[in-house]
Design a protein around this ligand. Structure first.
Ligand SMILES: NC(=O)c1ccc[n+]([C@@H]2O[C@H](COP(=O)([O-])OP(=O)(O)OC[C@H]3O[C@@H](n4cnc5c(N)ncnc54)[C@H](OP(=O)(O)O)[C@@H]3O)[C@@H](O)[C@H]2O)c1
Length: 274
């Protein structure tokens, strides 16, 4: 059982379902003694994403017995792959609205909701940062605006970003992925898909702009980070005024960065790449 803090905002959660995220193994992959410094001495339990019942809490929006979901804010030895986990702080946890369960192809399931935490919130943060036209009205969201390119639309963060962008009213979503995932990404709402294996992504974006009468994207969300040319050429397809380029994945291009990263975080060296 995680130790209960003496003060501050915390929620002790009895876990119903947890999901593994790449962050869970990446921290464990770091050379010693980094995992121990980050997570504390053994034994450690991985896991950050969860759905569960509030057991005990000082959170202003929660009470014991509430069904809740979210993600732990930092890696901890009391991860979510256990019967109990401890969430600290106000953010990254919320009550599951009464009567709500996510709709999946198999029906509605709390297991699916457990997988939303880190990847879903990453996508949401990127979209909020993108500040597409639907976010710009005062107080209310206006539907039907914004053109967005998502590099890496078929992965953990990309699949959430495509769905959220369309649900928020984004007019056009173009996403890159491999041909094998093209139908999946379209089924999630993407209007056009670029197969990065058979097409040059930069050329395809330039062509998209030409084909659409010189229109440009309001935002680009880069979940891959392997091709700096997408950024360096973006004046050809990203609005020069108000256009925003959001790097969710980091490119480690210099030798120093790469060497440092190979040592410190081998699993992170080529983010998003397979
Ligand atoms: N997952 C998270 O919760 C999370 C949170 C914060 C930050 N991040 C960071 O976000 C990035 C993406 O994470 P993820 O979990 O979404 O990764 P992922 O599930 O592995 O997805 C990677 C995406 O990149 C595409 N891709 C792979 N190689 C490519 C290439 N050479 N050119 C263009 N596209 C390529 C993949 O397409 P195909 O699969 O169709 O080949 C897929 O759409 C990583 O840098 C990660 O560290 C992730």
């Amino acid at each position: 059982m995680p130790p209960i803090p003496k003060s501050g905002i915390y929620t002790l959660v009895r876990v119903i379902s947890s999901a593994l995220n790449p962050a869970d193994y990446k921290v464990m992959d770091y050379p010693r003694p980094i995992p121990r410094i980050v997570m504390g001495p053994s034994p450690v339990t991985p896991g950050a994403d969860f759905v569960g019942r509030v057991w005990q809490t000082t959170h202003p929006d929660l009470k014991a017995g509430d069904l809740c979901w979210g993600k732990l804010l930092t890696p901890t030895k009391y991860g979510t792959c256990a019967e109990f986990t401890l969430h600290t702080g106000e953010h990254g946890i919320a009550k599951v609205p009464d009567g709500y369960l996510p709709l999946t192809s198999q029906g509605r399931s709390l297991d699916e909701l457990a997988g939303v935490g880190i990847a879903g919130l990453t996508a949401l943060h990127a979209l909020k940062r993108a500040d597409l036209p639907y976010n710009r009205s005062k107080g209310k969201e206006t539907r039907g605006g914004g053109k967005l390119f998502i590099n890496g639309g078929s992965g953990g963060t990309g699949t959430f970003a495509v769905q959220m962008a369309k649900a928020m009213g984004c007019d056009t979503v173009v996403a890159s992925c491999s041909a094998a995932n093209s139908e999946l990404v379209k089924s999630l709402g993407a209007d056009e898909v670029i197969d990065y294996r058979s097409q040059d992504v930069v050329d395809s974006l330039k062509q998209w702009s030409k084909r659409n009468g010189g229109q440009q994207f309001d935002a680009i969300i880069d979940n891959v980070g392997n091709n700096a040319d997408i950024y360096w050429n973006c004046h050809e397809y990203l609005k020069s005024s108000g256009g925003i380029y959001i790097g969710v994945a980091v490119e480690f291009s210099s030798d120093t960065d790469c060497a440092l990263n190979t040592f410190l975080a081998p699993g992170d060296c080529q983010p998003g790449l397979r």
